[in-house]
Design a protein around this ligand. Structure first.
Ligand SMILES: Cc1cc2nc3c(=O)[nH]c(=O)nc-3n(C[C@H](O)[C@H](O)[C@H](O)COP(=O)(O)O)c2cc1C
Length: 208
């Protein structure tokens, strides 16, 4: 057994988090930009918190490239709402593209070839290609630092749940029909019955 202090660089701690806490489910969070356009980004630091009221949480970190909040956070703090969509075997390559760092206001739905559809109680769009969508009202934000890599915890109360009935049986979601995709360390991703690898491409690589 080797023992490590956690006082070192972000990258060292991050490596332990993403290597230890696996497989991680992926929330594909949709928000509205200030000009009314759409923003979409995946977050694998994501979990359920409370059933009644129905609360979920995800954890965006301060962007390492510029020390700012990610666009998702800026939008949630202003609009007080968001949609949680889910990553599955039929959308994961496009969800991966939606993680590209685009300038604020550039639409990751368009960039990654995904389809926004109207929500019922929030202004942020739902992801058509997700068989489950949660319309959420922002509840709380806890911040654990201001430097690149510092995380925060954002909770949302789920106001409406939309589920494709093709993935349900007897009123319950069926794992084999949902075909969720999760995240591991590095380029590791998980299907619910196996593991695979996929690179996270930079914008320059994508546009070649
Ligand atoms: C599968 C996957 C999971 C991710 N999970 C997280 C996460 O939990 N926290 C985080 O800060 N960034 C995470 N990222 C990176 C963000 O998606 C990325 O920084 C994105 O550009 C943020 O977009 P935004 O600025 O539009 O909010 C993840 C990326 C991928 C591909």
């Amino acid at each position: 057994m080797k023992t490590y202090q956690t006082t070192g660089a972000f990258a060292d701690n991050y490596k332990f988090l993403i290597g230890s806490i696996i497989p991680r489910p992926i929330a594909v969070i949709s928000t509205r930009n200030i000009d009314g356009s759409n923003n979409l980004a995946p977050f694998s630091f994501f979990t359920a918190v409370s059933a009644s009221p129905m609360i979920i949480a995800f954890c965006p970190m301060i962007r390492t490239s510029n020390g700012e909040f990610k666009d998702t956070v800026k939008n949630i703090l202003r609009e007080k709402e968001f949609v949680v969509n889910f990553c599955t075997e039929s959308n994961y390559t496009k969800v991966n593209l939606a993680s590209t760092e685009l300038p604020y206001g550039e639409d990751e739905f368009k960039f990654s070839g995904l389809t926004p559809i109207d929500s019922e109680v929030v202004k942020a769009k739902r992801l058509l290609e997700s068989p489950i969508q949660f319309e959420c009202e922002f509840r709380d934000m806890l911040c654990y630092g201001k430097v690149p890599g510092s995380g925060s915890l954002i909770t949302g109360e789920v106001k409406l749940v939309h589920v494709d009935e093709n993935i349900m049986k007897d009123g319950k979601i069926v794992t084999d029909l949902l075909k969720a995709v999760g995240r591991g360390a590095g380029n590791d991703w998980f299907k619910t019955d196996s593991r695979f690898e996929m690179e996270r491409l930079t914008k320059a690589q994508i546009q070649k």
